[in-house]
Design a protein around this ligand. Structure first.
Ligand SMILES: *Cc1c(COP(=O)(O)O)cnc(C)c1O
Length: 394
């Protein structure tokens, strides 16, 4: 077969790549990296401070505190909000494992709730049923392209005096009620893992908050609890704390990449929305597809962002293998409900307690979605999905 390079590029659709973004941004990334080499501060330095400022401007947060990952951002935020040993945190049963493992790492206990089947986020009714006198925190998670119903969850939190901490790791650019994700309660987090909407070239994360006392504690705890760079861009905040901290500092090389990429984030988000609409048009009416993402038109009140294009399908694993054999990468977000992960087995949850989360785990498949993706590649993926189900139907 004499396949041209262009044809093989269409045929192979990796689950994720960002090579053209880097080609375009390389001059500005290089300028940032050269500055780092000149001043010799590779961690927790000037690029990190600059990125924190840019991120605060972009999100509208009073404070954006750069750290080394979204996971550590969650641990630090929970600790900074005063989570005490053994206190319970409501966490949705369907999420990335860090939503719940961060609670354990911060000394608390996750208490799981079911999800809303359309948004995949914490179901307010299930959450209301899970509240006990030991519950202190509520952690809504925003997944894929949807946001949790923060109005209903906020009311529940007020009724039971729960602290709201958002796992907004996937939610950069998402707004509800005019507020950026992560700023609806005590604070939230962002992850800059490479495949996230705003991705670094390694691990990085941030805590967002409007509350100075929380920003101060996170800023101290990320750096051994005390010392180091004074928080000169958080005026009036001291750099000491009375409890052991962690080493969760952000690398300047990641900050330099993120500063450059922040400049094209809005156009990336528009491109992601176009590609998502293209998927939705082409996948409509295919037997075997049980659910497709809800696409909401952006408004002043609300904007969703397509981080992941996720569908629910019959015979999910067979479809994933079929696509893989044809050169198309997919991901199973998330294969096992959190309560049934081995590390949470001793919490005693049983199959059948989280019907919506369990159904999503069995049927969800994420298709390739990133600004570099071409429409011809979307066509190819959708043709393969269609032929898989129509072939089976015959
Ligand atoms: C990515 C992610 C995290 C963890 O972020 P890392 O930067 O990978 O540590 C936490 N929660 C959710 C929902 C995520 O998607």
């Amino acid at each position: 077969m004499n396949e041209t390079f262009a044809e093989s590029a269409v045929r192979k659709v990796p689950f994720f790549t960002q090579s053209s973004a880097f080609a375009e941004l390389w001059p500005s990334i290089r300028a940032g990296v050269e500055e780092i080499f000149e001043n010799g501060k590779f961690s927790h330095g000037a690029q990190v401070a600059r990125f924190e400022q840019r991120l605060a401007e972009y999100t509208g947060a009073r404070y954006a505190v750069g750290v080394n990952s979204g996971t550590d951002a969650l641990v630090l935020l929970l600790r900074a909000c005063g989570l005490a040993p053994g206190e319970k945190v409501l966490v949705p049963a369907f999420s990335f494992v860090a939503s719940a493992s961060s609670v354990v790492l911060a000394g608390g206990l996750p208490r799981f709730t079911d999800i809303d089947p359309v948004t995949y986020a914490m179901d307010p009714e299930s959450a209301a049923g899970a509240v006990t006198s030991a519950t202190r925190f509520l952690m809504p998670v925003h997944l894929f392209s949807h946001q949790a119903d923060l109005r209903a969850l906020g009311e529940l939190a007020r009724r039971h005096e729960l602290v709201v901490v958002e796992d907004s790791a996937e939610a950069i650019g998402m707004r509800q009620g005019g507020r950026h994700a992560g700023l609806h309660g005590a604070g939230g987090v962002l992850s800059f893992f490479p495949s996230k909407t705003l991705g670094a070239i390694g691990d990085a994360g941030a805590v967002l908050t409007d509350r100075p006392e929380i920003a101060e504690r996170v800023a101290a705890l990320r750096h051994h609890g005390r010392g180091g760079r004074t928080l000169d861009h958080f005026p009036g905040i001291s750099n000491e704390t009375d409890e052991p901290g962690m080493n969760s500092k952000m690398d300047d090389i990641q900050a330099a990449v993120l500063i450059a990429k922040l400049g094209r984030l809005e156009s990336d988000i528009v491109r992601r929305a176009e590609l998502a609409s293209a998927y939705s048009e082409r996948l409509r009416d295919i037997p075997g597809i049980i659910r497709m993402p809800v696409v909401t038109a952006p408004s002043d009140y609300r904007r969703d962002v397509f981080y992941v294009y996720l569908i629910e399908v019959e015979n999910r694993d067979a479809l994933a293998s079929h696509l893989a054999e044809s050169g198309v990468g997919t991901e199973t977000y998330y294969p096992v409900p959190l309560p049934f992960q081995p590390c949470f087995a001793d919490l005693g949850y049983r199959a059948g307690q989280f019907p919506n989360a369990e159904a999503a785990c069995a049927r969800a498949l994420a298709l390739p979605l990133y600004p570099d993706l071409e429409l011809a590649q979307v066509d190819r993926v959708c043709d393969l999905v269609r032929s898989f189900y129509l072939g089976r139907a015959r």
